[in-house]
Design a protein around this ligand. Structure first.
Ligand SMILES: CC(C)(COP(=O)(O)OP(=O)(O)OC[C@H]1O[C@@H](n2cnc3c(N)ncnc32)[C@H](O)[C@@H]1OP(=O)(O)O)[C@@H](O)C(=O)NCCC(=O)NCCS
Length: 177
């Protein structure tokens, strides 16, 4: 998946392994966490499938381990987007681990990895306008809001979500450093 292990002051980002499924279940079964996630709430089998799907180099997300506890407390989606040299980044943390700056800390490290190690041209992120914590993270990371797509995400019959689109170019990243 173009990802090495990444360490920050308080976190370790590593590839997901199949044995992460109980930790994934612990936070991905919580509707407070999954309300705006495409996977929705996961049961134990869904958590095993998520771990299998994202395990190893082919996965599209990294496990986030809190160094102090050794616990997997969330994950960061990260994968090549549909344009060349472009990566999509995301963030999801267990409820007990939110509000501590972890998403921003992990995001800073992953964005640095994208631009410095992978030589990305552009990093993008998307989120729903109602998910204020998520777009706050995007903005703290220096991503620019490029637009709002109206009713573009299908959720259920008759239910469509709007989506904010954020991006950061390599030249903007370099100017921010
Ligand atoms: C979005 C999420 C990853 C943020 O993680 P986090 O570790 O709490 O983020 P941080 O602490 O780095 O930053 C969050 C920022 O949002 C702000 N914030 C959080 N909730 C907010 C709210 N309801 N209204 C306004 N600001 C809010 C925080 O104050 C903080 O900003 P600040 O540093 O300027 O004060 C976390 O809330 C989460 O996992 N949510 C569920 C999964 C999800 O929706 N992921 C995103 C899908 S697009």
């Amino acid at each position: 998946m173009h990802l090495a292990e990444i360490e920050t002051a308080r976190l370790r980002l590593r590839v997901i392994v199949a044995s992460d499924s109980p930790a994934i279940f612990a936070y991905m079964s919580d509707p407070r966490v999954t309300a705006f996630l495409p996977e929705g709430c996961l049961d134990e089998e869904g958590s095993r499938a998520f771990a299998r799907k994202h395990a190893g180099a082919a996965g599209q997300a990294l496990a986030v381990v809190e160094k102090a506890s050794g616990q997997m407390i969330g994950h960061m989606p990260f994968y090549p987007w549909s344009a060349p040299e472009t990566y999509e980044i995301g963030w999801a943390f267990g409820h007990a681990h939110q509000g501590k700056g972890y998403a921003t800390e992990a995001g800073q490290a992953l964005i640095a990895h994208a631009f410095e190690a992978l030589k990305a041209h552009r990093v993008i992120a998307t989120c729903q306008p109602e998910n204020v914590a998520s777009w706050r993270v995007a903005e703290k990371l220096g991503l620019r809001r490029e637009g709002c797509f109206r009713a573009c995400i299908y959720r259920a019959p008759g239910v469509w979500w709007d989506e904010f689109f954020y991006a950061l170019l390599a030249e903007e990243y370099n100017a921010l450093r």
